[in-house]
Design a protein around this ligand. Structure first.
Ligand code: NOJ
Length: 551
């Protein structure tokens, strides 16, 4: 069976490999323990040498950092902990000079409670235009002391908080799908729409190449805000469910149609990428219809277990669904919200998205198995046609940091669930650059906003640079070969006859075989381009992937 990818265009985002920078944890230039924009600039040449096409920066805008910057107080300025607007301009210019495009994060579902609009809403009366920019409602019950509905926050606890009005009386409630410091905007209000068009223009005028749009499935809430009880097994950011009154409401698409038109008034193929947690590639593809966003993260692929049948299914569905609407398929294995795939793929107990792994977690992964699978999974991913996302540190094979002490934790999930869910700190730890250096070269003072695991001493970039078998060199080789052979714009053809536990396909001249079973697999004839681990003669060991040049 041959699965064609789209042929609708040659825009850069159709086949780009995009590297996610989590600014807090990438590189810290001023030594305060928090990464910053000058730190990013100083390492852009390392990213160019890795072979990526673009970077996406998680939020660096003004924020009280209650949710690591996803609580924005000023959408058009840089938070001093990350530097200044001129640091941003230097970073952008340096990236462009190196041929790297830059995508910034846009957080339109909610602002920080420190945003001027929310502060004005607090000072204004119920029913005022100031309150109408957010989701304020009266409570239920005779004295309004019950929340307006039963919705839970993604981070745990109720999605509603009650105000004390300026006169000291208990007042209205406001909706926050995330932390109480992140009030949801009311997107049925034209003023909100107009405001965000201004924000888009602000960054486009500065020269960014596009936006990763946070919670792109959540901006519109169902009329009447009906009660909803999620499936306890469902993924916390949307995941499995189909009928959630705050995710995936049809009216959300109108917003992106307007944004699409706005971006089209700029040159150079600016792009929108949806962070929309939806149950299937088919549903996700609704966000990338021709007049909407350009890309959407393929979360159904990310959450697929290390299982050949499941992976074949999700790849097939993705190669139908996205090209089916003229969009590129995308692929992603890790980001700042999920357990790093060098640990996740070897977990032996369920770990819903966002739960994290901590000292008391069940089913902790074997690090050697995790790394072997992660290398194989990436070797598979980077052979697929379409666009792929890499999360900082995965090119070093970093595992999840699993032993962060309770008193060092920062994720609101940890606090809002009283420590029941560890949350996402374990995938957000500052990355190691240099062995033997303070904070492994993250800065030169040794400060680090989350503690770095001792085992990372052996995973630093400089050590891996000097070792041709390292994960860093695997990524570099995969990216160079992918580019050279045009795999991002290739055509996938499944190969039969390798059994259920094996993934086998051809992408143009490259044959890819991945052994997800329990016994070695006989390889077909071909010249080895690269492999995720050592081969045993003509046998492919378990948890190993290979690219062969078809002879
Ligand atoms: C998704 C972001 O990736 C996550 O980090 C954040 O906490 C939520 N959206 C809320 O903005």
């Amino acid at each position: 069976m041959t699965l064609l990818t789209e042929t609708a265009g040659s825009e850069w985002w159709r086949s780009a490999v995009i590297y996610q920078i989590y600014p807090r944890s990438f590189a810290d230039n001023n030594g305060d323990g928090m990464g910053d924009l000058p730190g990013i600039t100083s390492h852009l040449s390392d990213l160019a040498s890795l072979g990526i096409d673009a970077i996406w920066l998680s939020p660096f805008m003004t924020s009280p950092q209650k949710d690591a910057g996803y609580d924005v107080a000023d959408y058009c300025d840089v938070d001093p902990i990350f530097g200044t607007m001129s640091d941003f301009d230097v970073m952008l210019k340096t990236a462009h000079t190196l041929g790297i495009r830059v995508i910034v994060d846009l957080v339109p579902n909610h602002s920080s409670d420190q945003h001027a609009w929310f502060q004005q809403a607090l000072a204004a009366a119920p029913g005022s235009p100031e309150r109408a920019r957010y989701m304020f409602r009266d409570g239920q019950g005779p004295d309004g002391s019950l929340p307006p509905n039963n919705w839970d926050s993604v981070f745990g606890g109720s999605a509603w908080s009650r105000l004390t009005e300026p006169d000291g009386a208990p007042g209205q409630w406001y909706l926050h799908l995330f932390d109480e410091s992140q009030p949801d905007f009311d997107w049925s209000n034209p003023e909100v729409r107009e405001y965000f068009e201004g924000v888009l223009r602000f960054w486009l005028d500065r020269g960014v190449d596009g936006f990763r749009v946070d919670v792109a499935h959540g901006l519109i809430k169902m009329d009447g805000l009906p009660d909803y009880t999620p499936d306890p097994e469902g993924g916390s950011m949307g995941g499995d469910a189909d009928d959630v009154p705050y995710w995936g409401q049809p009216a959300v698409h109108e917003i992106y149609r307007e944004w699409h038109k706005l971006l089209a008034t700029y040159d150079d193929d600016r792009a929108l990428c949806a962070e929309a947690w939806l149950p299937t590639p088919e549903k996700t593809a609704l966000w990338v219809r021709p007049d909407e966003m350009h890309q959407a993260f393929n979360f159904p692929y990310l959450v697929t277990e290390w299982d050949a049948v499941a992976l074949r299914r999700v790849i097939t569905e993705s190669l139908r669904a996205f090209p089916g609407v003229g969009a590129p398929p995308t692929w992603v294995l890790s980001n700042h919200d999920v357990v790093r795939h060098a640990s996740r793929l070897a977990l032996t107990a369920d770990n819903p998205q966002g739960d994290g792994i901590g000292p008391k977690s069940q089913g902790k992964p074997d690090p050697a198995v995790g790394l072997r699978r992660a290398r194989a999974a990436t070797t598979l991913m980077l052979a697929l046609p379409g666009s792929a996302y890499i999360y900082q540190g995965e090119e070093l094979g970093l595992p999840e940091a699993m032993e962060i002490p309770d008193d060092a934790r920062q994720d609101p999930t940890w606090f809002r669930t009283n420590g029941e869910r560890y949350g996402r700190d374990g995938c957000r730890v500052p990355i190691p650059w240099q062995s033997g250096a303070p904070a492994y070269g993250f800065n030169d003072t040794g400060a680090s906003w989350l503690p770095q695991p001792e085992e990372w001493a052996g995973l630093t970039r400089d050590l891996q640079e000097a070792d041709s078998e390292s994960t860093l060199w695997l990524y570099r080789t995969l990216l160079a070969e992918r580019r050279e052979r045009g795999l991002g714009v290739g055509t996938l053809e499944w190969l039969e006859g390798f059994g259920d536990d094996v993934i086998a396909f051809r992408n143009d001249a490259v044959t890819v075989i991945v052994n997800i079973g329990a016994a070695p697999v006989q390889l077909p004839a071909g010249v080895v381009v690269t492999s995720s681990g050592p081969l045993e003669g003509a046998q492919l060991p378990v948890d190993t992937a290979v690219w062969l040049e078809t002879v």
